[in-house]
Design a protein around this ligand. Structure first.
Ligand code: HXC
Length: 264
């Protein structure tokens, strides 16, 4: 699947791994409303092609930026209603990332600021280049993060660190992002895509229904009381015993061979 219908993003597929590239390098891949709309449409394409696409990688075009935030030139003259609509557009598109059956990886190649960090935080994991820089600079512009930053960043790093990052608007480097739990791995810039592909390939060897269900229960149960969350896990766990993947996975182990998961 190589979709050419988009102007602000690229969607390519290779060997079951789709890559969605935010493609406005002259503006540091800033997210304007057209780009947010296209991200949503591309995610619909990824979901509709779940037979071919097993993993989604999201990255930014060019050397410098993953995404340097929402497009400030577009936001400059917005009134509160327009601001609300832009925020809802982003929530709609970013929510689709969490609701995809496929596992998602943010390949953070450079500046990951404002709406960029909010986009990355919507992915299942974040792998960062040593050159990446992370921040929520909204308060330096006189606004609050509006694409999920007060919530998803807080869930990643805890309230104190999220408040520090949002109140200061300062950037943190990759080492700090790794230390506080924003990035799961940090690698040299030239190794970023190799590392992401290695992780994607490792995941793809596993039972992908199980991966999808694990993603679902982790996200959906995260804000439930522990007893309900544990019940939810039991339900997911027991349903995996209705899959051929479970039969194959356990048979392969006992027969001392590699599993070949049918994905059903
Ligand atoms: C629009 C942007 C942009 C952005 C960069 N550009 N970020 N345009 N919106 N968020 C444009 C610049 O205006 C410039 O255009 C070109 O990209 C290159 O950027 P430079 O600043 O010249 O590059 P550099 O000096 O290397 O600095 C890179 C940078 C800086 C540190 C990333 O651009 C920066 O601070 N950007 C803004 C980051 C930010 O505040 N993001 C949060 C946005 S608020 P020209 O035409 O001059 O070449 C947000 C809120 C989300 O995301 C929720 C709201 C509802």
């Amino acid at each position: 699947v190589t979709a050419t219908k988009y102007e602000n993003v690229l969607l390519e597929e290779n060997g079951g791994i789709a890559t969605l590239t935010i493609n406005r390098p002259k503006s540091m891949n800033a997210l304007n409303s057209d780009t947010l709309t296209e991200i949503g449409q591309a995610l619909d394409d990824v979901k509709a092609n779940a037979d071919k696409i097993k993993i989604l990688v999201i990255t930014g075009a060019g050397e410098k930026a993953f995404v340097a935030g929402a497009d400030i030139s577009q936001m400059k003259d917005m009134n509160p209603i327009e601001a609300s609509n832009l925020s809802k557009l982003a929530h709609n598109s970013f929510g689709k990332i969490e609701n995809l059956p496929q596992f998602t990886i943010a390949a953070v190649n450079g500046y990951c600021l404002g709406g960029g960090l909010e986009l990355a935080a919507s992915c299942d994991i974040r792998i960062a280049s040593e050159k990446a820089k992370f921040g929520q600079p909204e308060t330096t512009l006189g606004i609050v993060p509006g694409f999920g930053g007060t919530q998803r960043l807080t869930r990643l790093v805890g309230r104190g660190k999220a408040k520090e990052m949002i109140a200061t608007g300062s950037m943190v480097d990759s080492a700090e992002a790794y230390r506080v739990g924003i990035a799961e791995e940090v690698v040299a810039p030239e190794e970023l895509m190799n590392k992401v592909n290695e992780i994607a390939s490792t995941i793809m060897k596993n039972g992908l229904i199980a991966v999808s269900m694990a993603k679902y229960v982790i996200d959906r149960a995260a804000d439930l009381p522990l007893d309900l969350a544990i019940d939810f896990e039991t339900q997911m766990w027991s349903q995996t015993f209705a899959t051929e993947d479970q039969t194959e996975g356990m048979a392969a182990f006992l027969e001392k061979r590699h599993p070949s998961f049918p994905g059903k």
